[in-house]
Design a protein around this ligand. Sequence first.
Ligand SMILES: [Mn+2]
Length: 306
Amino acid sequence: MPNYVVGHKIPDSDSICSAIALAYLKTTLGEETVPARLGELSPETLFILDKFGFEQPQLKTNYAGESLYIVDHSERTQGPDDIDDATILGIVDHHKLGDITTSTPLEIWVRPVGCTNTIIKMMYDFHHIEIPQNIAAAMMCAILSDTVIFKSPTCTTADIKCVEALAEIAGIENPSELGMEMFKVKSAVEGTPIRDLVLRDFKDFDMNGNLVGIGQLEVIDLAIFDEMKADLAADIAKLKAEGNRHSVLLLLTDIMKEGSELLVVSDHNDLAKAAYGKPTENGKVWLDGVLSRKKQVVPPLQEVFS
Ligand SMILES: [Mn+2]
């Protein structure tokens, strides 16, 4: 029985590329390990896999009785539902430490860098294992995606150096250009059902017993949402009404203007004011300079709920 590597629910490019990269590393080290995913892939991730000749990792949601590595998260709400019945061999992550615990010893690589793949590159270096060209390319794309081509405040010099090294291995001359190509794919939202957009990059957080869902759409030009913003706002209200979430937030991020419009529905009377010092008007507020959910959006929210 092989071991698995799996990222978070509603997988993004980092979750998928880190699963592929870590599975190869572990297998090369003599531990048969298979990359897996907890859900459908985004157009951006499909673009990366297609461009560098990868199959989609297998869709696998049940892990009871199996052994796995967790990448790109350490939150119970974001991992496999039956994680308590699995053996966690390791966690590789760059988010705040979540609430996943284990009953056996494990390997942990957690660093405050911009992308899980930057940490996996450190693991390859640690073990002196050569990274195949196509895996290097996929890892590089994931870093460009997670760091918004180095613009995100989560981006560190380690991420930049890592992209340079991976680009060299992959033979890619202009990583930023490839990054823009990726964000153009990501920006093609027209014609996509509204609910699919809301859930495209959506994460749930347990904030002191309150379930808070936060989606994010990163685009090259926010004007693309002009026609659909009212529908997006209506749909996050619907999503909240359908479930047991205290709040649902949707970040519409303009990577060129370097800020986000935040749409909010909440049981709190003005969550944005409480968390970010700016009141919402008609459920919306522009947050200048806000690009990162993990570093700029989640921490102030935690404060409100603590
Ligand atoms: Mn990530």
